[in-house]
Design a binder for this molecule. Structure first.
Ligand SMILES: [Zn+2]
Length: 211
């Protein structure tokens, strides 16, 4: 298991990179990682560009605050995913621009919110459903996401953004970047006649890379 100090430094460094490259703004977005029986979470109102490794919130899997600053108010969202996905080692939640655009479009499908136009989203993340709008930080939002998270690594949240799990913190960050990249391609090609991957292509990818 990764050393807790190394994990804290990795969370801070990768979040600064996400922030500097425009995946997060202001105090938007929050992240977490599992360490034994505990979860490290970015603190409430913190900026992903300036996370202090020593001040990350430490909570139990039941949500009790045991160390560091007060946790993000979206911590229940993260806890729901850990409960639905025992293999999840980390969770990244962003309001990144293009994924958020998709979450605001009336035409976005709840069952398949992000058409796979290249294989890479399928290889890293798989199909992405969308849950209806619920207020940020609400139990209703956490429950809606938890209900889809067992079968999906990522979930889009209407008029809000997305949340994605990964085996490790770096894996979750890479998944988040791939999801945002796919959303960007979809938004930039809106209104154009797209050649999508076929259902046979998708089945082959799903069999090879899993959900
Ligand atoms: Zn949010």
């Amino acid at each position: 298991m990764i050393d807790e100090g190394a994990l804290r430094r990795e969370m801070s460094e990768l979040c600064r990179s996400l922030f500097e490259r425009g995946f997060a703004h202001g105090s938007a977005g929050n992240v977490s990682a599992r360490i034994g029986e505990h979860i490290l979470v970015s603190p409430t109102n913190s900026c992903l560009g300036r996370l202090d490794p020593a001040r990350l919130s430490k909570i139990t899997v039941g949500g009790a605050h045991v160390g560091g600053d007060r946790p993000s108010k979206e911590a229940p969202l993260h806890l729901g995913i850990y409960s639905a996905r025992p293999d999840a080692g980390a969770v990244v939640h962003l309001h990144s621009t293009y994924a958020t655009v998709l979450s605001c479009l009336a035409e976005t499908s709840a069952e398949d919110a992000m058409a796979p136009i290249t294989p890479y989203l399928m290889m890293r993340v798989g199909r992405v459903p969308m849950v209806p709008y619920h207020p940020p930080g609400s139990d209703a939002l956490a429950e809606a996401v938890r209900a889809r998270a067992g079968a999906h690594r990522a979930v889009l949240m209407a008029n809000h953004g997305f949340v994605v799990a990964g085996k490790t913190f770096e894996d979750a960050v890479f998944n988040a970047e791939e999801l945002e990249e796919n959303a960007k391609l979809l938004v930039l090609t809106r209104g154009q006649h797209l050649r999508l991957l076929t259902s046979a292509d998708l089945t082959a990818l799903e069999q090879r890379f899993g959900k």
